[in-house]
Structure formats: C-alpha cells, structure tokens
Unconditional design. Structure first.
Length: 234
C-alpha cells in the first residue's frame, strides 16, 4: 500500500464512537478514531515498512502514529528519529505506546529513557518511564543495570505522588515491571509497591483504573516466572 492508500484506509476505518472514546482519554486532533484491531488489518498489508512508517508518524495524525509504531523497524531508528517522535507525542497513547515501545527496542533505549525521564514536559517524561519499563520486559538479564533500576525505585517511592499525572501512572508501571521481570531485586520492588500504595491518576472521562502494584505483581507471578518479551509492541 502507498502512503496515500494507507491514509485513505485509515479515514475509512475511523468511526465516531472510537473517536469519542479517544477524546475522553485525552487525544488531540487530528485523528480519525481507528480501533487498534483495524490498524492491524492495515498492518497485514504494509507489514514492516520503515520508510512508510516514518512518513506516517510525521503526519501528526494519532491513528497513523500508532500504526507507524507497529510498522517501523526499531533497530533502524536513530536518536534524532526518536527525539522527533517524542517531541510530536501530544497525548499519552503516542508517548507511552508508540514512542515507548519503539524506543525500548531501539539501540539507544537506555540513553533516551534516562534523558527523557528528566524532562519537564510531561509527555516526554512519560515516554522516558515507558521506554525504561518496556526495556525491562524485553532486554536480557545481563543488559539490565540493577543498581540504576534500584535507584529509580527509590526515586519513585519518594516522588510518585507529587509527579505529573501520567508520569505517576508510568512510575507505577515501572514498579510492576521490575517486580515481575527482575527477580534479583523483586523484593525491593514489592517493598516500594507497599510503601507507595494506591496511585491516583486522572484518567479523564473513562472507566480506566490504575493497577495497584502490589496486587498486580502477585497476579503476574501466580502464572509463573514471566519470560522476556520478544517484542513489546502490540
């Protein structure tokens, strides 16, 4: 499919109900309101098309940006590419999912995550925490800096309740990912989860809830030791 054909297909798949749902979650125009299931129908045709994906993301259309994250080759993403992507992420679905997923599988995952986490811009910081969390579920045990992860856990314990809205959500996810995927410091993650307790996040006009880290870690572990993911994109 050509770029023009993909954009036309996105427009045809858009529907008002999905658009309203995304608006309730904080989405910003422009977008058509395409369900993820329909995006994956398009993905079957375009498969992995790096150059097309870059062009789709640069439209600023949220549906196209999400599709771009599924179609791009993370290994080919440069720092400049990903910085451009995070700068354009104007709501959490782009920052947490599109950018966070692709950055986590890129060669510069940790470098970017460390820098973005310190950003004063909420969506950039969100992408930073998401990138690091996803990296934990994807990278090999020998690629994890346990000392650094431990220091982030303590930082979260001390600051989460004063952090910006969606940053709080992603800090909570970081605790969960460490507790589930890093057995070497699992006990520390569980203690932080206990200390943090319930995290309050404004999820807009939706029924979404913030998972309680203590419960969610245990829920994951009842299914057995989780295996590292082959891809974090879905």
């Amino acid at each position: 499919m050509t770029f023009e054909e993909v954009m036309k297909q996105l427009e045809e798949f858009g529907n008002e109900q999905t658009k309203t749902t995304f608006l309730n979650h904080g989405a910003s125009e422009p977008f058509f309101g395409v369900r993820v299931g329909d995006l994956k129908k398009i993905l079957k045709y375009i498969k992995k098309d790096h150059e097309l994906a870059l062009r789709l993301y640069d439209t600023g259309n949220s549906d196209a940006m999400y599709l771009a994250a599924l179609a791009v080759d993370p290994k080919l993403m440069t720092e400049d590419d990903l910085q451009r992507w995070v700068d354009a992420a104007n709501w959490y679905m782009n920052a947490e999912y599109a950018v966070g997923w692709v950055a986590a599988e890129s060669p510069n995952a940790l470098k970017l995550a460390r820098g973005w986490i310190r950003s004063d811009r909420e969506m950039t910081a969100v992408a930073g925490w998401s990138t690091y969390s996803n990296y934990i579920t994807y990278a090999g045990a020998d690629e994890l800096d346990l000392k650094e992860i431990s220091s982030f856990l303590q930082e979260i314990c001390n600051t989460i309740h004063e952090a910006p809205n969606r940053v709080r959500y992603n800090m909570n996810q970081f605790i969960i990912c460490v507790g589930a995927y890093v057995p070497e410091i699992r006990d520390e993650a569980k203690k932080v989860a206990e200390a943090v307790g319930k995290v309050h996040v404004d999820v807009g006009n939706t029924a979404c809830k913030v998972p309680l880290a203590t419960d969610y870690i245990e829920k994951v572990l009842t299914r057995g030791e989780p295996k590292k993911k082959k891809t974090v994109r879905c």
